[in-house]
Design a protein around this ligand. Structure first.
Ligand code: CO8
Length: 296
């Protein structure tokens, strides 16, 4: 397909998305230039039509996930989810680290009463409620909460350098952001148990072979973001209402029996016949032309 790249992604290619200060300054400029809010711990940009890119931006801490970071991530994703000009989101980190886990320094002195009474982590999983698809573009470390954050996304693309893992056992705790539960769906009990109890990391190749990621992209700095933006552009070019229904149907499989899931899928399929996009899509096929979606 022909992809219409905005100046931001063209420059991304040039700079190969290195986490350099100049690139960050450029992304910040693009963010503010496009009317995107400027944040402390994340950068929001629009690399291609219909696509929003969120870059985690705590390079000194390898993008360790903190409460202020999640406050910003939740605010940005909530706004982008409502924004009609956005069809799909990409979440990434730097070449060295998608995210090296929850911020251990923030957590280390917390007590049971702190974490229990203040519902620690409760608002760290909000991206799972997004209507729009979100693709994780993972390079480098995706450990602990970083691995879990990627698993909360709808699709994961990995660079060959990606290193996944749930090392919480080495800190005297266990995964708390869904790692044990979401991994089991992807890789089964035995592997999930091994990773959770030994804390060993796994490679991009293993993640691909086990079905944790949809694919490993070719080598090259910034390549994984480029591929994720291309994929997001394809998704953003479809009917938004059909995309939302597709995401909802796939996610239903996590929580329903097969019979319930099949019924749910069928009802959503039936429901799409009430949309103009179904009429347009099928008419366009019959008339041998490209559909023009109006997302209703
Ligand atoms: N938290 C805070 N700071 C971190 C973290 C982290 N998770 N990871 C790295 N950093 C900091 C280091 O302290 C260091 O800072 P400084 O320069 O001030 O000392 C800086 O980042 C660079 O790190 P290293 O010097 O250690 O870099 P290396 O290349 O030597 O090692 C590693 C990289 C292997 C990634 C190493 O940093 C590491 O092991 N990090 C911790 C990984 C980990 O244990 N992650 C799990 C954390 S617990 C967790 O995630 C609970 C999840 C809760 C649910 C969350 C839901 C979303």
């Amino acid at each position: 397909m022909s992809l219409r790249l905005t100046p931001s992604i063209r420059l991304t290619r040039f700079l190969r998305l290195a986490p350099s200060p100049s690139f960050k300054l450029y992304l910040r400029a693009m963010s503010s230039g496009n009317g995107n809010k400027v944040y402390e711990n994340i950068i929001v940009s629009r690399p291609a039509e219909g696509v929003a890119l969120i870059t985690l931006n705590r390079p000194k801490a390898l993008n360790a996930l903190s409460s202020p970071l999640f406050k910003e991530l939740n605010e940005a994703t909530e706004e982008l989810d409502k924004d009609d000009s956005v069809g799909a989101l990409v979440l990434t980190g730097s070449d060295r680290a998608f995210a090296a886990g929850a911020d251990i320094k923030e957590m280390k002195d917390k007590t049971f009463v702190d974490v229990y009474q203040n519902k620690f982590l409760e608002d760290w999983t909000k991206i799972t409620g997004l209507r729009k698809p979100i693709i994780a573009a993972v390079s480098g470390y995706a450990l602990g909460g970083g691995c879990e954050l990627a698993l909360m996304c709808d699709i994961i693309l990995a660079s060959p350098t990606a290193v996944f893992g749930q090392p919480e056992i080495n800190l005297g705790v266990i995964p708390g952001g869904g790692g044990t539960q979401r991994l089991i769906h992807a890789i089964g009990k035995s592997r999930t148990m091994e990773l959770t109890l030994t804390g060993r990391n796994f490679t991009a190749a293993e993640a691909e072979a086990w079905g944790v990621v949809s694919r490993v992209v070719p080598e090259g700095e910034g390549k994984v973001v480029e591929e994720a933006v291309k994929m997001a552009s394809v998704i953003a070019s479809k009917s938004k209402v059909a995309v939302q229904a597709g995401k909802e149907a796939v996610n239903a499989a996590y929580e329903m029996t097969l019979a319930e899931g099949l019924r749910f899928e069928r009802r959503l399929f039936h429901g799409l016949f009430a949309t103009q996009d179904q009429k347009e899509g099928m008419s366009a096929f019959a008339e041998k032309r490209k559909p023009t979606w109006n997302h209703s």
